[in-house]
Design a protein around this ligand. Structure first.
Ligand code: MSP
Length: 668
């Protein structure tokens, strides 16, 4: 009751003490309700980002939701009452423009796109509990209430945004950001403009946010992302955030000043609580599930989820989500996906080609924990043939066929044990613990690998016990029965573990094995595919736009004096991973990157702004000269050099390892 009083009362001064008391109370009340049987023993609320509406999702964007579905299913099997939220983020200038280009009203456009998203999630076997659209009344009304409350308590205030405006770039700059008085992006004239705007008081909350990070070491995962947030955004000083716009119309109106629409991130982030009925007539779900156990997002939107969102929640006196996990990106093998190259991997097309569980396997298995993952048609066909058709499909098929051939479909444990059995059993018994441990850390790719190790061990067991030899000898019949029984038990355990990752495959295997009474005719789980045929079909589906082939140019450069091996050896090169990057203020040419080299992070300034955007830099593995004496460039410290190739026109290309290599690997 006290919790509710503290929580509901408006216009109270915000004090840290009060928040602390409230949070404690909140958990105590939740605990008591749980004890009284009002809510289930264990709940697990996880969310995906709400997606920008689009007619067709590429496989990278679908990854987050497949991952979320897998985690949800896993938690459910572990006895949690789970709730998975997804949806669409439907406001903002970009949407307004896309709709206009297609001669549609924005609402019409987002209606179609939200429908497409729901269809895709169905196709991908995503078991979500709610799909929220930010244009729904239940969301819009509450966002307005939240805005009003934040205004009333003084966290949002009206001010003026003043700055140097570049019309073509639609961007404001401060005086110090200008280069020779002109736009630092396009070099054109800028004009001093003022715009009325509502600001959110971010500055006030920065110390409390830092303290929260400190006291909750698991709040941001992977760990190095937290360092990135602190060093790049919080320590340099948080600016108050302009949370309204007047330059377009497609958004939620500020209740008392409707020429302003609410900033799309303030609108979008609150979906995580509006969907649960926060500030509505029925907030049962909110009481049951908030705070979220996990916000699952891609690495590009970590800042919004670990700085703005927690601060908005603090201002609303609400407990913060327990964890935000920013996963890396899934990239296409031959570079950036682009429509003109015809190499975009669309989620629905992949499902048509390979089937839903194969696609789930590819994305979950290929995405590492910290670095970006890469997939391509070649890799998918390879994985399909080797892991799915061979290791798994063949194993099930052989086991069912042999059980039918030698025992008419039914085997039992005859107790004829040999030493090899113990080894198989140990692997099987350990698998579930190993998968649990990986899933607890959200190392989903490793968890799925553990399960496939079990299947590989079963294949090895077949090689070791050679059932076809036992089958020829009547006196070995009981041993053969035990061998097949052991196989069926082990594969069944693997199939049960596989349920969260590949639900329908798991079901199919268990149906075929039926605890010792196998099906008459085994169904082929995965058909092998021929890469050439696949590529032919892909080409038909997405004809490549003809690229003019010019004769490849060569370049001669001025030769330097010879050096000795010692001179060469004095230079130390390593692979570095760019984990953050931003433009150097006051400079037209320089980008400043944070580069992970082994366990260190180096700050390196490079003259490549004309060739790469900061967003393109992040995630790249590059060649770094690490023992170059540190120097300041445009006032910014640089602790090494990124190596590039340069053509005759001065175009630069970063040197990257040809195969996947860990950050820190020596280049020698
Ligand atoms: N609408 C915002 C999120 C608002 S959440 C309150 C948004 N939408 S998005 O459609 O652009 O992206 C949805 C998710 O897909 C994000 O988590 C993003 O990081 C992720 N991905 C986009 N491209 C991706 C890959 N290539 N690989 C993996 N995830 C990727 O951001």
């Amino acid at each position: 009751v006290l919790g509710t009083v503290l929580f509901r009362k408006k216009n109270r001064p915000q004090s840290e003490k009060r928040i602390e008391i409230f949070t404690k109370l909140y958990y105590n009340v939740k605990y008591l309700r749980r004890k009284a049987g009002k809510i289930m023993e264990k709940t697990y609320y996880l969310t995906t980002p709400i997606y920008y509406p689009s007619g067709k999702f590429h496989i990278g964007t679908a990854y987050t939701t497949v991952l979320a579905d897998t985690i949800k299913r896993y938690k459910k099997l572990k006895g949690y009452e789970t709730y998975l939220l997804t949806g669409t983020d439907e406001h903002g200038q970009k949407i307004e423009e896309v709709a206009k280009k297609q001669n549609m009203k924005p609402q019409e456009y987002v209606d179609g796109a939200a429908k497409a998203a729901k269809e895709l999630w169905k196709l991908m076997d995503i078991n979500y509990d709610d799909f929220i659209r930010t244009t729904e009344g239940r969301h819009e009304k509450v966002v307005q209430k939240i805005f009003d409350r934040l205004m009333d308590q003084g966290d949002i205030y009206k001010g003026e945004y003043e700055g140097w405006y570049c019309v073509p770039c639609e961007s404001y700059f401060t005086k110090t950001q200008l280069v020779d008085g002109k736009c630092p992006d396009c070099g054109r004239e800028v004009k001093l403009m003022k715009e009325e705007c509502y600001f959110f008081n971010m500055k006030k909350y920065a110390p409390r946010l830092l303290k929260y990070y400190e006291e909750h070491p698991d709040f941001i995962k992977p760990d190095y992302r937290k360092t990135e947030m602190i060093n790049n955004f919080i320590k340099p000083g948080l600016e108050d955030l302009c949370v309204t716009r007047t330059t377009f119309d497609w958004g939620i109106k500020v209740p008392k000043d409707p020429k302003h629409v609410i900033y799309v991130w303030l609108d979008a982030l609150t979906n995580y609580i509006t969907a649960l009925g926060y500030m509505s007539d029925d907030d049962t779900l909110f009481k049951k599930y908030w705070p979220a156990d996990l916000h699952l997002i891609g690495k590009d939107i970590i800042r919004f989820h670990t700085i703005y969102w927690p601060i908005f929640l603090m201002a609303l006196d609400l407990p913060l989500p327990k964890q935000v996990f920013g996963h890396p990106w899934l990239l296409q093998g031959d570079g950036k996906m682009s429509k003109s190259k015809g190499n975009v991997l669309y989620a629905d097309e992949l499902v048509d080609f390979f089937g839903v569980d194969a696609v789930r396997y590819f994305v979950l298995h290929e995405m590492p924990f910290e670095n970006d993952g890469v997939i391509s048609w070649e890799l998918m066909v390879e994985r399909l043939n080797s892991d799915l058709a061979n290791t798994l499909g063949n194993l099930v098929n052989r086991t069912v066929s042999m059980t039918n051939k030698y025992f008419g479909g039914t085997v039992e444990d005859k107790g004829v044990v040999e030493d090899v059995d113990a080894e198989l059993k140990a692997v099987v018994e350990n698998a579930s613990k190993a998968v649990d441990a990986k899933m607890a850390d959200l190392r989903v790719a490793d968890a799925i690998t553990e399960i496939f190790n079990l299947f590989k061990r079963c294949n090895k067991y077949i090689d070791e016990t050679t059932p076809w030899v036992l089958g020829k000898d009547e006196s070995k019949k009981d041993r053969l029965s035990t061998v097949l029984w052991n196989l069926i038990q082990s594969i069944s355990e693997g199939a049960r573990l596989l349920e969260s990752f590949m639900p329908s495959t798991s079901k199919k295997i268990l149906e075929q094995l039926g605890n010792g009474h196998v099906t008459e005719k085994p169904e082929i789980l995965f058909q092998r595919m021929d890469l050439e045929e696949v590529m032919k079909k892909v080409e038909e589906l997405h004809p490549k736009v003809e690229e003019k082939k010019e004769e490849e140019a060569v370049i001669d450069i001025e030769p330097k004096d010879e050096i000795t091996f010692e001179q060469f050896g004095a230079m130390q090169f390593q692979v570095g991973e760019i984990i953050a990057c931003e433009a150097v203020k006051k400079s037209k040419k320089l980008l400043c990157s944070q580069v992970k080299v082994g366990s260190q992070v180096k700050q390196i300034v490079s003259g490549i702004k004309a060739h790469y955007t900061p967003e393109e830099m992040v995630g790249k593995k590059v060649m770094v000269l690490v023992n170059l004496k540190p120097a300041k460039l445009a006032g910014v410290l640089s602790e090494g050099m990124l190596l590039c190739a340069e053509d005759a026109e001065g175009n630069l290309a970063l040197m990257t390892p040809e195969k996947e290599m860990p950050a820190g690997a020596e280049i020698c």
